[in-house]
Ligand binder design. Sequence first.
Ligand SMILES: Nc1nc2c(ncn2[C@@H]2O[C@H](COP(=O)(O)OP(=O)(O)OP(=O)(O)O)[C@@H](O)[C@H]2O)c(=O)[nH]1
Length: 462
Amino acid sequence: MACEDWPVSTELLIWIVVVVAALLAVALVTGVVLSKRRRISLTEPERDKPVKGYQAGAGVTFAKPAEAVRAADPVETDPGPVREAEPEVGPPVEPPVEPETGGKPDVEPVRHPVADRTEVDGQPGVGDDAAVPRDSVKRGFVEVPLPEAASEIEEIEPTAGRLERLRGKLSRSRSTLGQGLLGLLGAGDLDEDSWTDVEDTLLMADLGAAVTDQVVTALRAQIVARGVRSSDDARALLREVLVDALHPEMDRSVHALPHSGKPAVVLVVGVNGVGKTTTTGKLARVLVADGRTVLLGAADTFRAAAAEQLATWGSRVGAETVRGAEGADPASVAFEAVKEGVAAGVDTVLVDTAGRLHTKTGLMDELGKVKRVVEKQAAVDEVLLVLDATTGQNGLTQAWVFAEVVDVTGIVLTKLDGTAKGGIVFQVQRELGVPVKLVGLGEGADHLAPFEPVAFVDALLG
Ligand SMILES: Nc1nc2c(ncn2[C@@H]2O[C@H](COP(=O)(O)OP(=O)(O)OP(=O)(O)O)[C@@H](O)[C@H]2O)c(=O)[nH]1
């Protein structure tokens, strides 16, 4: 193609090419410079990160919010680069981005915490102010095993006044037994039908025939003798009669204090599922709260989880648990626990036993053996029979079997929070002649209360 066909001369064409080339060169240089600037600005917030952390760590300066804002100025007053820097994985950042540094290797020294150190005058510093060599190896994330939560000793609610504090847990018994009786007695002169209703209310609440008879007889006699007229009078009388039926004079202390240079030994017995393990754990808490040292023996070897469960309870209050293999001889575990308790000089050894045997002979053999072997080490001071309050008459039958097998010295009535039949307390004591010493009022770790007749009756009457 001939040049003369073009409207411009060759010379002009050359000039145009030169100018375009020059423009391209300028654009390229500008691009490179801008790109470099962007990369540097990306590191600035990273450099600022320790400043942020420092500010937070020095929480004492928080009282001066104006200073805190000033300290954050490099970040706050330079929003452009900061905003660009935030999405570290965004397109402008070249991979790979190191998670612990968040930047590229060529800017590492700038972001090193040394930038925040105060030893700029060349003086050596200590602690946070100590110099960090710029070429020191940077630390990445290190897996540091945290202390097990279980090794932390929990705070334990004071044991005094627990029954008052947990009285709300007896609301089911209160609304049937307490309110029912108050409604009947407060209505004024009672006819025979009303007395029958009083009787039924007591029986329905599991007080049993003997205690019901005793309570109704006392109420009938006193209502006339005292000339009870108002509902307040009726309430006061009812309170007195019910407290009386609970035999407040019985010794309800748990014999769990060391003597003769040896720990007290407490056996916790009962059929499976009534709450033995839970009660043993709660009791350990009560003792620890009282300043006692406790060792637990997991002699319920029929259920592997029971030993695990008990060990968990123990670790929460810093008590050790001696356990055997699943299916091991419960007596040998109990023996070992007491032996270790004596050697360690603890105040109390609590032994959780198995109640899985349904034949009386088997139960007798096992519990008898546990007691015998334990007594080779130290005397058994307390045998606490755990009964589930929701099982009513069935619980009472179990109680009889255990009472024949071992010398039960105290009763723990569990799950009173889940029943309207709190009257079982009256009946159990009457039938066995053994005091209810503790009551379980919930699944919470501190839902075990010393049984106090007056507080119990007050909770029932509301
Ligand atoms: N609501 C309520 N639940 C309770 C109470 N005491 C124990 N429990 C619950 O009853 C269930 C059985 O308790 P455990 O302590 O395992 O019973 P156990 O008698 O040791 O049972 P085995 O180990 O099988 O013999 C658990 O879910 C406990 O949380 C209580 O006072 N109130």
